[in-house]
Design a protein. Structure first.
Length: 189
């Protein structure tokens, strides 16, 4: 899953929002909110795709007997559902329409637990960057409600990134076999 914000021209540093000569400042802010809605729809698309990816990973882990890892992926699904709900609510509040029918995001399914965790790490970094871009855009259009909501999601995303990184450290330190044996339901906590 890659977040498409940069590809869609939403580099908030390079493109001044609503910079149409002769237009009033209010129209600039309204144009900026349309851009913000588009960015939020991109984040929504990523969040929905991540839910699907983690749903598949959770079921794969369960079928392999890694119940603890399956539960961790399920918790991520719940967090992503909450984020999606907040994005949908905010998009509607801003007068936009949530786009939930198209997925340009490629879902990267891992064939092994190590691949699943590795895919998560690269996606997490892209997602953190995308939320920071969206927060900067919301600040530029003076939408404090969106800044607060996006910041709340960013903090959840940072926690998820920390979890993924800790899993990779455990795999490196314990070795994959020991890590996996620790992911079964019978493993000692």
């Amino acid at each position: 899953m890659e977040v498409n914000i940069a590809q869609q021209g939403y580099d908030t540093e390079a493109v001044p929002l609503g910079s149409i000569p002769g237009k009033k400042k209010k129209e600039t802010i309204m144009s900026g909110k349309a851009d913000l809605i588009m960015v939020m729809n991109s984040l929504l698309e990523e969040s929905l795709a991540a839910q699907n990816q983690n749903m598949v990973h959770a079921e794969i882990c369960l079928s392999w007997g890694y119940k603890k890892l399956q539960m961790a992926f399920r918790m991520q699904i719940i967090d992503q559902m909450r984020r999606s709900e907040w994005l949908i609510e905010r998009i509607i509040f801003l007068g936009g329409t949530p786009l939930i029918t198209k997925f340009n995001t490629i879902i990267k399914l891992g064939k092994t637990v190590a691949e699943m965790i590795g895919n998560e790490k690269s996606e997490e970094k892209a997602t953190l960057k995308a939320y920071n871009i969206a927060i900067n855009l919301a600040r530029k259009v003076k939408d404090q409600g969106s800044v607060e909501m996006l910041t709340r999601i960013l903090k959840l995303q940072e926690n998820q990134t920390a979890w993924v990184e800790s899993q990779q450290v455990q795999i490196e330190q314990m070795g994959l076999e020991n890590y996996l044996s620790n992911q079964t339901l019978d493993a000692v906590n």
